[in-house]
Ligand binder design. Structure first.
Ligand code: S3P
Length: 432
């Protein structure tokens, strides 16, 4: 079998320029789903056009929703939530996307006359689904699975509202239950001990769906009215911007301006952490909407070590592999703990991050729920495997900018999952 060539990232002296990160992946999934729930025509601008968001598009297409994709926009024509159709072959392919399968399961569990099989690629088929099956079954859902893994066979059933205390912090599980609540009889409550990203709730508010937060508990009512089509601009993805924050903070004489990036407080804990560790970062908020966005300026910084513990993990879950890379260049030893959830991502991100950093000459000790990273050791460069995980490929690419010798990345094309233009941007900021 022919394998694609490794991507070679050469070290640079500095990075400079302006970047508009792609549309936020989490918000794009949700905006697409709400456009499919709405009846009529919607337009979503600055959509994330990575493979994950396209998995959501293709599942919704099979449910009878029409999409016309432009470069970064999509026009959606939907018959409305109550008129979704049974897919002819009953199969919905969710590709690599955990958000697609977990959120759609919530939407489909209460659809009468609907029977679907949700499937995914190799990686998604190894990720735990018991976390959504349990609450959905409590609501009355009819779900069969391969022992808690895909494929999930969901037969639409009448649901009832429940009070669900999340056993683990997860925006996907929270969103699944809240979305199922739209079809449930009575009110649905989700309690989260630690706050996770709240885009499902903010979008519900934007569409005047009665959703309320009381301390740690979110409640939603049955959706009784029709949501009309809408226009929506997706803010830039702070988790994609994070790679450039690292690239701007680490090499000498660098300065990057990241434009129109989401500043949703549930997503920018990594920026706050880096600022506390001495990062030269300015945040300029442009609007005060439910989904705030703004610009971020980052300049070369001298960073100190950090300790990330379980309470901080949900707020920076997707940035942890990159923060581990940053820790290799900070002063002192850094620790990431209480982060076992990383083992259930697109790859086992504790193992894949540690392997990637060690291959480049870093000193990393791996624990069951995290890792300890020795700072201040220059990266040598070398060969790494992305393990099919976009976040590992992108963190390794940033490492290539800082290493003494080039970094060769096998399996780099998985950056398409969330950031198809990633390497064009990297080349541009390294040239200027
Ligand atoms: C996401 C939630 C997080 C995150 C994932 C996207 C979402 O997953 O890691 O990339 O869009 O809700 P968990 O809910 O499993 O923490």
């Amino acid at each position: 079998m022919k394998t694609a060539q490794a991507k070679i990232i050469e070290p640079v002296e500095r990075v400079r320029g302006q970047i508009t990160p792609p549309g936020d992946k989490s918000i794009s999934h949700r905006a697409l789903m709400f456009a499919a729930i709405a009846k009529g025509r919607s337009k979503i601008r600055h959509l994330n056009i990575g493979a994950d968001a396209l998995s959501t598009v293709s599942c919704l297409q099979k449910l009878g929703v029409n999409f016309q994709l432009g470069k970064f926009t999509v026009d959606v024509d939907s018959p409305g939530f109550s008129a979704w159709q049974q897919p002819p072959d009953g199969v919905l392919h969710c590709g690599n996307s955990g958000t697609t399968v977990r959120l759609l399961s919530g939407l489909l569990a209460g659809r009468d006359n609907m029977s679907v099989s949700l499937q995914g690629d190799n990686s998604l088929s190894q990720r735990p689904m018991r976390r959504i099956i349990d609450p959905l079954e409590k609501m009355g859902a009819d779900i069969r699975s391969r022992d808690g893994y895909l494929p999930l066979k969901i037969r639409g059933a009448p649901l009832k509202g429940i009070f669900y205390r999340l056993p683990l912090p997860s925006a996907q599980v929270k969103s699944c239950v809240l979305l199922a609540g739209l079809s449930a009889k009575g009110k649905t409550y989700v309690e989260e001990k630690l706050r996770s990203r709240d885009h499902t709730e903010t979008l519900m508010k934007m569409f005047h769906i009665p959703v309320f937060r009381n301390k740690n508990t979110i409640s939603v009512h049955t959706l009784r009215r029709t949501i009309p089509g809408f226009q929506y601009d997706v803010p830039g993805d702070p988790s994609s911007a994070a790679y450039w924050v690292a690239a701007g903070a680490l090499p000498l004489k660098s300065r990057l301006l990241l434009r129109k990036t989401s500043l949703n407080p549930t997503r920018i804990s990594y920026l706050k952490l880096l600022k506390r560790c001495g990062a030269n970062i300015d945040i300029l908020q442009n609007n005060k909407s439910l989904e705030p966005e703004g610009d971020i300026v980052v300049r070369t910084s001298a960073l100190r070590n950090f300790h990330i513990h379980s309470k901080q993990v949900p707020g920076m879950i997707d940035e942890l592999p990159l923060l581990a890379l940053i820790a290799t260049q900070a002063k002192g030893r850094s620790v990431i703990s209480g982060a076992k959830e990383l083992r259930y991502k697109e790859s086992d991100r504790i193992a894949s991050t540690a392997a990637m950093l060690r291959a480049l000459g870093a000193e990393v000790e791996e624990f069951e729920d995290g890792m300890e990273i020795t700072g201040g050791i220059p990266l040598k460069g070398g060969k790494v495997d992305a393990k099919g995980d976009h976040r590992i490929a992108m963190a390794a690419s940033v490492a290539g900018l800082l290493s003494a010798a080039p970094v060769h990345i096998r399996g780099w094309s998985c950056v398409n999952i969330s950031y198809p233009n990633f390497y064009d941007t990297m080349e541009r900021i390294g040239r200027s």
